[in-house]
Write a protein that binds this ligand. Structure first.
Ligand SMILES: NC(=O)c1ccc[n+]([C@@H]2O[C@H](COP(=O)([O-])OP(=O)(O)OC[C@H]3O[C@@H](n4cnc5c(N)ncnc54)[C@H](O)[C@@H]3O)[C@@H](O)[C@H]2O)c1
Length: 421
């Protein structure tokens, strides 16, 4: 039965890839009891909680396993799971045991960035399909290897940039493509998040219940510190990528999607730690410019962690500039346009409003696709499309911006031959 269900998934993906707007939701009744998809969630502290609840909302999916090097956390989540779903879930500290488990079809990865690519590669080798959080990888090389693995082992792998599934954002992209704001020559990415002083907790012994070898995994093993575990690894180079490679993945992806560009020829990036004397290694404030001289386009990217103005109401979002107007995306699910010299309000869209009012059939299909975004095997159209599309690994580019600050010369980054090919 499992075999036929897998074939069914593949056929769905193949048949649908030519028709992006074809309905992708398949009634749960199509699946028999033995066709239930068994999922394991890897990394269950922050984002992993959303993975568990999103998967458990699907009728033909069951989260059967939780995996995390932190046994204390695992036990808490297991108890919560039992209370909420009245079901048992197994626990595993070592993700390799999850890969060995033939009863698990799908892994949903919300571990720290340094683990993403290797986990995806192992899952593909083990014949599992994968949802992996952004950023898909901690660096460009391992990202390329991850994409190679998905192709080599012919698995479905979806990258967690959920705004791709927003009806409003898809509509906005359509406007950009159709010339609604004219020739679109510039995009701004805004990442103004409230990120405070995290202090410096110094080194300490590894807490009971945490397997720190498994937490560090393929990354350098630093002496244990609560500065890293949990969450604040985002601000340390060996494990995270700063906010340009954290929140900024979504906005970088949208800049490139909206401008319809691939890799830039040059990136300039400047910034630093100007607010606090804490243990963060990444710049708090970062301004980057991505240059596309051949296409006549440019991306400006701003990361700011504290008191700020908004830009057209947005603190996290994007602004696209054309010769006839501008298009503002606020967050992940709504946009506005302003046209001409007088900034006359034009077309706008908001997923919430679209879902509440009458909605045209193609948008309804896109709303359904939001569901399929977490239901990765049924959203296979989008998965296959994304992983096969030439821009697939480009959000990884965001990592290059802060890395520039580490270079002694801080000169323009000239991308090596072959990168982006
Ligand atoms: N798409 C989004 O909007 C969104 C939002 C938030 C976070 N994220 C992403 O989710 C990921 C997790 O972020 P977070 O804020 O939850 O971090 P976190 O540090 O709070 O949680 C990560 C968890 O992963 C566990 N972990 C470490 N190594 C592991 C391994 N080998 N196997 C399984 N689990 C392992 C940690 O012990 C921890 O419990 C990040 O990559 C982040 O970028 C995405």
């Amino acid at each position: 039965m499992k075999k036929s269900r897998r074939n069914f998934i593949k056929k769905t993906a193949a048949a649908s890839s030519a028709t992006f707007l074809a309905p992708s939701i398949i009634s749960a009744s199509v699946f028999g009891a033995n066709d239930r998809i068994n999922a394991s969630v890897l990394g269950i502290n922050g984002r992993g909680k959303n993975h568990i609840s999103s998967l458990m909302k699907q009728k033909n999916v069951q989260v059967v396993n939780l995996c995390d090097p932190d046994m204390n956390l695992l036990k808490v989540r297991q108890k919560e799971f039992k209370n909420k779903y009245k079901k048992d879930v197994s626990l595993e500290q070592d993700l390799r045991r999850v890969m060995d488990n033939k009863d698990i079809d799908v892994v949903s990865i919300a571990s720290p960035n340094h683990w993403h690519s290797l986990s995806v590669i192992w899952a593909c080798q083990a014949g599992k399909d994968v949802y992996v959080e952004k950023p898909g990888s901690h660096n460009i090389f391992e990202g390329r290897k991850m994409v190679e693995a998905t192709q080599k082992y012919d698995r479905i792998v979806q990258h967690g940039v959920q705004l791709r599934s927003s009806p409003a954002i898809n509509e906005a992209i359509g406007l950009l493509r159709n010339g609604y704001i004219g020739n679109v020559y510039m995009a701004r990415g805004l990442v103004f998040r409230w990120r405070g002083d995290i202090g410096d907790k110094g080194f300490s012994s590894v807490p009971n219940g945490l397997d720190y070898d498994l937490w560090t995994g393929p990354a350098p093993k630093r002496p244990f510190t609560e500065n890293l575990v949990h969450y604040n690894w985002h601000w340390h180079w060996d494990y995270g990528n700063g906010d340009v490679g954290n929140q900024g993945i979504h906005e970088t992806d949208l800049c490139m999607w909206g401008l319809d560009v691939g890799l830039p020829s040059k990136i300039t990036s400047m910034g630093g730690k100007f607010l606090w004397d804490d243990c963060k290694e990444v710049p708090e404030v970062l301004t980057s410019v991505y240059n596309y001289p051949d296409e006549g386009k440019i991306i400006q990217f701003e990361v700011r962690p504290w008191c700020t103005n908004t830009e057209e109401g947005a603190t996290v979002g994007n602004i696209f500039y054309g010769d006839k107007g501008i298009l503002v995306v606020d967050g992940y699910s709504k946009y506005k346009t302003y046209l001409g010299k007088d900034r006359t309000p034009g077309q706008s869209g908001d997923d919430g409003a679209m879902e509440a009012s009458d909605i045209n059939p193609s948008l309804l299909q896109l709303v359904q696709r939001i569901v399929s975004h977490v239901l990765f095997f049924l959203g296979a159209i989008e998965l296959q499309y994304r992983i096969a599309c030439p821009y697939a690994p480009l959000p990884l580019l965001g990592h290059h911006a802060p890395l520039l600050l580490k270079s002694p010369s801080s000169q323009h980054l000239i991308l090596p031959d072959g990168v982006g090919s």
